[in-house]
Design a protein around this ligand. Structure first.
Ligand SMILES: Nc1ncnc2c1ncn2[C@@H]1O[C@H](COP(=O)(O)OP(=O)(O)OP(=O)(O)O)[C@@H](O)[C@H]1O
Ligand SMILES: [Mg+2]
Length: 335
């Protein structure tokens, strides 16, 4: 059950992921046609929430993959699809907190077109963080029948009442350990053909599943806390990813547990990791409380410094937000 090592994965699984990607069949039309972009009208609501709650999962309607006929009508506005991997070198720095709040925030932007994947295959706790009681789990979503049929896959997702979907983590570490990086990569690509936003919560470090997530991602959210080991860990993580050539096109660095009593400043952390910090989320007992209650901070809509920082992070994925690309890496301060 130990996590596979980095280099064997690179040698053994990367090639397989490429093969899988080229071997996908029906249900992947959207990806094959134009992998990075979809039309506005293409982001179709699945089912209204109350209906979804009442139905058996297998009867949930998948979103429409084919663009509507546009003859005689103006071209629909093109909105990019984004696959966001939330990663960190160290454990306990807030990956699940960030991933779940991203799902809540992005679901407000794109209702029913967000899916959150718990790719911490052994000890994933996304379902707990969201107070979900799933009937299906990650190992179900990577079975051959789901891997080859988007309708079946849809039935294995757990809907959240707030308008997004979740692939909940395995019921046991042993079950989760049977999910390979290759299977996870295929699942992420399948979901990216269906949803506008795919968010992936990962286990600490660069195991095969985190690498599979990063390889499929358009965006990486890199997390570290305000500690020397945390910052050094992120620096090494970035260096390894650059060396092996797995770096998603867009990068977002989040400094979590930010405070003024750690003995480090944001500048110190930036000097260590070698890249700017994009968002600093303050240490806050409200975050801890929200985890313990199973209600992400952004779900209750109340204003506080931590939810403001999380909202800043969500806005980085909102094309209608006024942030210009050039201003994305702006100086952050710890209140
Ligand atoms: N900014 C914050 N302020 C206070 N507590 C926080 C903050 N961010 C996260 N926490 C708390 O820290 C704990 C760990 O957070 P979380 O589970 O998100 O980390 P993780 O990186 O996913 O951990 P793991 O590596 O075990 O998966 C949780 O109890 C969470 O509520
Ligand atoms: Mg976690």
């Amino acid at each position: 059950m130990s996590r596979p090592r980095l280099s064997p994965w690179r040698d053994g699984v990367l090639g397989s992921v490429a093969q899988t990607a080229s071997a996908v069949g029906p249900g992947d039309e959207a990806r094959d046609g134009n992998p990075g972009e979809i039309g506005l009208a293409d982001v179709t609501a699945l089912d209204d929430r109350s209906a979804a709650d009442e139905q058996e999962p297998s009867t949930l309607e998948p979103p429409t993959l084919d663009p509507p006929t546009t003859e005689g009508t103006p071209e629909p506005e093109v909105i990019p699809r984004q696959t966001i991997a939330v990663v960190a070198a160290k454990g306990g720095v807030g990956k699940t907190t960030i991933a779940t709040n991203l799902a809540v925030g992005l679901a407000k932007l794109a209702p029913l077109s967000v899916v959150l994947v718990d790719a911490d295959v052994q000890f994933g706790d996304v379902a707990m963080a969201l107070s979900l009681t799933p009937g299906r789990f990650l190992p179900d979503a990577v079975t051959a029948v789901a891997a080859n049929d988007a309708m079946v896959l849809k039935a294995y997702l757990t809907p959240h009442p707030d308008g997004y979907y979740v692939v909940c983590g395995a019921e046991s570490p042993a079950d989760g350990d049977r999910v390979t990086g290759e299977q996870l990569g295929h699942l992420i690509r399948q979901l990216a053909g269906i949803f506008r936003f795919v968010i992936i919560d990962t286990a600490p470090g660069l195991g095969e599943h985190a690498l599979a997530a990063l390889e499929a991602a358009t965006d990486a959210v890199f997390l570290c806390d305000m500690s020397v080991p945390g910052a050094r860990g992120l620096r090494k993580e970035l260096a390894v990813l650059a060396t092996i050539g797995i770096m998603p096109p867009a990068r977002h660095v989040v400094l979590n547990f930010a405070d003024r009593v750690s003995g480090l400043s944001v500048k110190d952390v930036e000097a260590t990791i070698g890249v700017p910090v994009d968002v600093a989320v303050p240490r806050s007992s409200l975050v801890t409380l929200s985890t313990n209650r199973g209600i992400p901070l952004l779900q209750n809509g109340k204003k506080n410094p931590a939810s403001a920082a999380l909202t800043d992070l969500v806005r980085r994925f909102d094309p209608s937000a006024s942030l210009k690309r050039g201003r994305l890496h702006r100086r952050v301060v710890v209140a």
